[in-house]
Design a protein around this ligand. Structure first.
Ligand code: S3P
Length: 430
């Protein structure tokens, strides 16, 4: 993909469904009793993996790609059936970890597999608590495939070692197959979509800051859902509006769950002009319309809980830091080394090639903002968020940037280039 820089953005765009919420709606709708209709469901490579797997487990799921609507005939908690095929999760960590939880309480065996990237990501963070709950998971050096045999799920009071919504969600989904009170205590507050969705479907779940408890058995009753747009996808559009000359854009349908809006706080702290124009509070999760304008940004320090609150947005924040004045210091981001790629290394290499003054540390990056970047040949490392972050870097850079592989963007935002292209009022070369 070749991208020419120095663009300006104007107009309105509508953000596609949130990836995390779509996965949860698909999974929880499948084990509820009755029909669930999901509107504005994200239909991307990742979420389609969750749909494929549930179909293999005997769930009837209809997908209308034109309207992004999914209709699920829920089979109830005990209604999933054994698959004689492997359950392929592709590149999707959320699929593998959430299904590890869901399948550990079934009366049949399952094997979860993934692509090369996913097969090298740590799975002990989910298999450890699940085994403590009684799950019968084969030992595979903490890596995929995850092979699960029937086990008896028992209550747990688990203190999380990493800040991870995927681990928390695996425990909560597994708990649905045991009896008694299950408790999880988080290290930092992470996205709470599983908790909200379970509550929406009628589960007896209670959240008190970092503590979540669920009393089982539960019966989940189907409900229709409208998925708000993905703020992590919106972050790329927001960033483009902030660093491109004279930009002024409206971004509709941005999910505003407070466990995800860390990106708005961080960008505001950097000097971004982001206005919330209207809020829709009528669905299971809040959404709103944002107005973003070209802004004068300055560097900040991001560490601890703040880093955890923007874990998926660090690549695009790093791009913005290059266009800001002063130093941006990102610490406590070692989790980024075990995402779809080593994101610290990938962003360091990409932005270095584009002329950034950037330093790689064990757990983060130090970026000395120079207010500009130049076009270069860069690699996405097959990682969707790196491909999109470097594409936005290219939009405001001098000259042309070539990114080796952008097909990975289909993992979370298949319409990314179309949506950006429509906001660009001058020529955008693809
Ligand atoms: C996700 C949780 C986060 C995030 C990922 C999606 C989820 O991962 O990075 O993109 O849907 O639960 P961790 O739980 O590993 O932090």
């Amino acid at each position: 993909m070749k991208l020419r820089g120095n663009k300006s953005l104007k107009g309105e765009t509508f953000i596609p469904g949130d990836k995390s919420i779509s996965h949860r709606a698909i999974i929880i709708g499948s084990i509820a009793v009755g029909r669930t209709k999901i509107e504005n469901c994200l239909l991307s490579d990742d979420t389609l993996k969750s749909i494929d797997i549930l179909r293999k487990l005997g769930v009837d799921i209809k997908v209308d790609e034109k309207s992004n609507t999914v209709v699920i005939e829920g089979v109830g908690l005990k209604g999933l059936k054994e698959s004689d095929e492997d359950l392929y999760c592709g590149n999707s960590g959320t699929t593998m970890r959430l299904f590890a939880g869901l399948l550990s309480g079934q009366s049949f065996s399952s094997k979860l597999t993934g692509d090369d990237s996913l097969s090298n990501r740590p799975m002990d963070r989910v298999t450890k608590p699940l085994r403590q709950m009684g799950a019968n998971i084969a030992d595979n050096n903490s890596l995929a495939p995850i092979i699960i045999s029937p086990g008896e799920i028992k209550p747990i009071d688990y203190k999380m070692e990493v800040a991870s919504a995927q681990v928390k969600s695996a425990i909560l989904l597994s708990s649905l197959y045991g009896e008694g009170k299950f408790k999880v205590t988080e290290k930092y507050k992470t996205r709470n979509h599983t908790e909200l969705m379970l509550e929406y479907f009628g589960a007896d779940i209670h959240c008190n800051d970092l503590e979540i408890s669920i009393n089982n058995p539960n019966r989940l009753i189907s409900k229709d859902i409208k998925v708000p747009g993905d703020i992590s996808s919106a972050a790329f559009i927001i960033a483009a509006g902030l660093i491109t000359k004279d930009s002024d854009i409206i971004i509709e349908n941005v999910g505003l769950n407070t466990t995800r809006t860390g990106i708005i706080s961080v960008l505001s702290e950097m000097g971004a002009i982001i206005k919330v124009l209207g809020i829709d509070d009528t669905n299971v999760e809040k959404s709103g319309t944002l107005n973003v304008m070209e802004s004068f940004l300055h560097g900040i320090t991001i560490e601890g809980e703040k880093t955890a609150s923007v874990i998926d947005e660090i690549p695009i924040i790093s791009v913005l830091a290059c266009y800001a004045q002063g130093n941006t210091v990102i610490k406590d981001a070692q989790e980024l080394r075990i995402k779809e790629s080593d994101r610290l290394l990938a962003i360091y290499e990409g932005l270095s090639a584009m002329g950034a003054d950037i330093e790689l540390t064990n757990d983060g990056l130090i970026i000395r903002g120079r207010g500009k970047l130049k076009g270069a040949e860069v690699s996405s490392k097959g990682d969707h968020r790196i491909a999109m972050a470097l594409s936005i870097a290219a939009l405001a850079a001098e000259g042309t940037t070539t990114i080796d592989d952008v097909s990975c963007i289909n993992v979370s935002y298949p319409n990314f280039y179309n949506d950006i292209g429509q906001l660009i009022d001058n020529n955008f070369e693809k």
